[in-house]
Design a protein. Structure first.
Length: 265
């Protein structure tokens, strides 16, 4: 399903703390942060009719098989398992195993913004930086709103959920939505598999050779409903796991070594 959002429809979902971190003012006085936010909100007000944000998602039947998740459309998504601490988590742990004889469900999504938000402000370096950071926040805010709508309506496993915006931002809801490139999902090449499922181009996303998304202000990932699902950091992996993952990913080990360089011991 594809959904387009007006800026006013997602603005309230912006997590301004990350905006302040991006500007490097998170430790500054409240007055300075408020001044910057006022400027940002004024810019959003001025462009609210010109630009939109976009989302695409699918809910699919799925089962886990070892450290892989098998989608009902035949695509296999491989994942990495923590090699340190306990209980050595893997995202596949949050999907019912194939051996259980029952299917589970998983959400796959991508969000983005109109490319003009990244290209239409080259004439003014300050406005360009401001709009780029706002575009990043709007893509994340769109993912936040989409996830809420999926939980309450489309998937509907949390129809009675009533959370404040602060509770949404600190993720007190049931389930998780790990994004590609983040600690539990570090392999950006997974975007190529997600693109096969979603056709990200329908919301204007194209992938680079490394699996990075353009516009830069884009988010892709998965949605899990398991009550015990939580975020974690895969951390460092060894050569054995790299080779196993490359085999399951269906790519040469040296190719995967490039994608997972930051995770190698």
């Amino acid at each position: 399903m594809k959904i387009d959002y007006r800026i006013n429809a997602v603005k309230s979902y912006i997590n301004w703390d990350y905006f302040y971190y991006a500007w490097g003012v998170h430790n500054k006085p409240a007055e300075e942060k408020q001044k910057l936010r006022n400027e940002a909100e004024s810019m959003l007000l001025n462009c609210r009719k010109q630009y939109q944000t976009h989302a695409v998602f699918l809910l699919l039947d799925a089962n886990s098989n070892g450290d892989d998740i098998l989608l009902s459309n035949g695509i296999r998504l491989p994942f990495l398992r923590q090699q340190h601490g306990e209980p050595c988590l893997c995202l596949a742990d949050y999907i019912r195993p194939q051996s259980a004889g029952q299917t589970d469900k998983i959400g796959i999504f991508a969000t983005s913004v109109d490319i003009g938000m990244e290209q239409d402000f080259d004439h003014d370096p300050y406005e360009k930086m401001m709009m780029q950071l706002l575009a990043d926040r709007l893509a994340e805010a769109t993912a936040e709103r989409l996830h809420k709508e999926v939980r309450q309506t489309y998937w509907g496993y949390a129809r009675e959920e009533h959370l404040s915006m602060n509770e949404l931002h600190i993720e007190t809801f049931q389930g998780i939505r790990p994004a590609v490139g983040y600690p539990s999902l570090p392999d950006t090449s997974l975007n190529f598999l997600l693109d096969e499922v979603l056709d990200m181009q329908q919301i204007g996303i194209r992938l680079t050779e490394s699996g990075a998304m353009k516009p830069h202000a884009s988010v892709s990932g998965l949605m899990f409903a398991h009550p015990q699902a939580r975020y974690f950091d895969v951390g460092k992996i060894d050569e054995i796991q790299l080779q196993d993952y490359a085999h399951r990913r269906g790519l040469p080990v040296e190719t995967m070594r490039g994608f997972l360089a930051a995770n190698l011991r």
